[in-house]
Design a protein around this ligand. Structure first.
Ligand code: BG6
Length: 487
């Protein structure tokens, strides 16, 4: 890996503390950082290098998977860090920053490879990119790259504007858009799950699969993020990005020996093949809902409307379920159901593949409608693959389900941010959202946003601590299915 400078905007923020510094440190401990590197933290708070290094060390103590107890290693890591006070719209401040970056490059004798990470609110993306350009920070004799976080736009138009703005400074191959779901090991695993397993690959089509269900249910409510969430809702917060990315990873069919470009182009192919849902038809395929009060993990919690900071009479969706069709010959007739919500019964992120029931009317099958042959790919909190098969009970001579589990992952495995930052440092964009995918996802979501804004479909409510409204079950029942894997 090439030596580089890591310039972190928003270095005193929550994400930097919880995820970014621990990720850099763990990469360092695992010898996945370059031989020489410089980290420059930026923010408005008044730290100096020493107090900032202490602050970073505290974040490692609290959040790093590798406990920072080896003094020599911790000190060597912290020594690479400098802090610089910067107001993101202060043009002169960027000249100072440039001097600091160059000074560190010459002290460490490293090339002008610069990784810019914008861990700031999206309204600052544009001004920072402009200043990187105008100050000469982006004018390097090495490479320059940009890592940004969601939300990437608020709708199709604002996403396009933002991309246009950023592309004045960064070429598409220099931009690494983080969707942390693409950093989850089980989601990454989908890249090779089919191509490396002929047994799975041969089943991955409409001859054998009845439907696919992607769930991301959460127990938490809106927490302290009312200001953001009340104008975002589950559709923008989860569906446009995470849910559609997982759908793309599931529906793509890659040849063996594929490249990073193959992954992206197959995902784009799926994103293009998503059958549009018009604003007028949204009510037929989409269920939106908001949590009411209820009991979560044995504790009474208030409804969304009563959460602090939520606008009176807010129509924001905290739950969305959708039926999505992928217009490709191998997925013809296979509905993909997606479902996500806050304040649901359990935290579960999973992909369930239900296979066609060949025994439906067979006499030896006990309750076959209830026990389909299925594959459950659990992403979070556990990482495992469960295969539910049918077997013959020798005593009764009847068929009954049996399951087989393949557990992956341990507590000590690298986290999403570690994997993604490591990839970006290596210039590997496989698990980042390409602009084409982002634009196509917004394009698919846009009519649904408009239907929500017009209230042209009902806003159901659901008791906190449940799996969502009855309408979500009815959506699947229309095709004779039900949500599988709920506890
Ligand atoms: C974030 C959303 O992108 O993903 C949050 O903004 C959500 O609202 C979170 O809670 C869920 O992530 P995870 O990794 O816990 O499933």
């Amino acid at each position: 890996m090439e030596a580089m400078t890591f310039v972190l905007f928003g270095s005193t923020g929550d994400l930097a503390k919880r995820k970014i510094f621990p990720a850099l440190y763990n990469l360092y401990v695992d010898r996945k950082m370059p031989e020489a590197f410089s980290i420059i933290g930026l923010g408005r708070k008044s730290f100096n290098d020493a107090t900032f290094q202490t602050y970073v060390e505290q974040s490692l103590q609290e959040f790093s998977r590798n406990t920072p107890n080896d003094r020599k290693t911790v000190d060597a890591f912290l020594r690479s860090i400098r802090y610089h006070i910067l107001n993101v719209d202060d043009t002169a401040g960027y000249q100072e920053l440039l001097k600091l970056v160059e000074q560190r490059e010459s002290e460490l004798n490293i090339p002008q490879n610069r990784m810019f990470y914008m861990s700031v609110a999206p309204e600052f993306f544009g001004v920072i990119a402009d200043n990187i350009n105008a100050s000469g920070l982006g004018n390097t004799s090495g490479w320059k790259r940009l890592i940004i976080e969601k939300p990437f736009g608020h709708d199709l138009e604002s996403a396009r504007q933002l991309n246009k703005h950023l592309s004045k400074t960064f070429a598409e191959e220099e931009v690494f858009r983080i969707d942390h779901y693409l950093g989850k090991p089980m989601v990454q695993n989908m890249e090779s799950f089919t191509s490396a397993n002929p047994v799975i690959q041969s089943l991955w089509n409409n001859r054998h699969i009845a439907n696919v269900q992607i769930t991301a249910s959460e127990v938490v409510g809106v927490e302290e993020r009312a200001g953001y969430y009340d104008h975002t809702g589950a559709i923008r917060d989860m569906v446009q990005n995470h849910m559609l990315q997982v759908l793309m990873m599931t529906a793509m069919t890659l040849p063996g020996g594929h490249t990073a470009d193959d992954v992206r182009s197959h995902k784009k192919y799926i994103a293009k093949a998503l059958r549009p849902i018009s604003k007028e038809d949204a009510h037929k395929h989409i269920v939106r809902a908001q949590y009411a009060n209820g009991v979560v993990s044995g504790r009474e919690v208030q409804g969304y409307q009563d959460e602090p900071g939520i606008e009176l009479g807010s129509n924001t969706d905290t739950f969305v379920a959708a039926r999505v069709w992928v217009d490709d010959f191998s997925w013809e007739g296979v509905p993909f159901y997606i479902r996500t919500g806050k304040r649901m019964k359990e935290k579960s992120t999973r992909i369930v593949v239900e296979f066609k029931n060949t025994m439906q009317n067979s006499e030896i099958c006990v309750d076959c409608d209830g026990q389909p042959n299925m594959l459950i790919i659990s992403i979070n909190p556990e990482e495992k693959i469960t295969l539910q098969l049918n077997r013959r009970n020798v005593k009764t001579g009847l068929l009954e389900p049996m399951t087989s589990e393949f557990v992956m992952g341990t507590d000590h495995d690298p986290e999403a941010y570690e994997l993604l930052i490591g990839d970006a440092l290596n210039g590997d964009g496989t698990f980042f959202a390409h602009w084409d995918e982002v634009e196509l996802s917004w394009q698919w979501v846009q009519p649904i946003l408009e239907a929500f804004a017009d209230n042209s479909l009902p806003l159901h409510d659901y008791a906190a601590g449940t799996y969502g409204p009855a309408a979500s079950d009815a959506l699947l029942a229309e095709q004779g299915f039900r949500w599988l894997g709920d506890q």
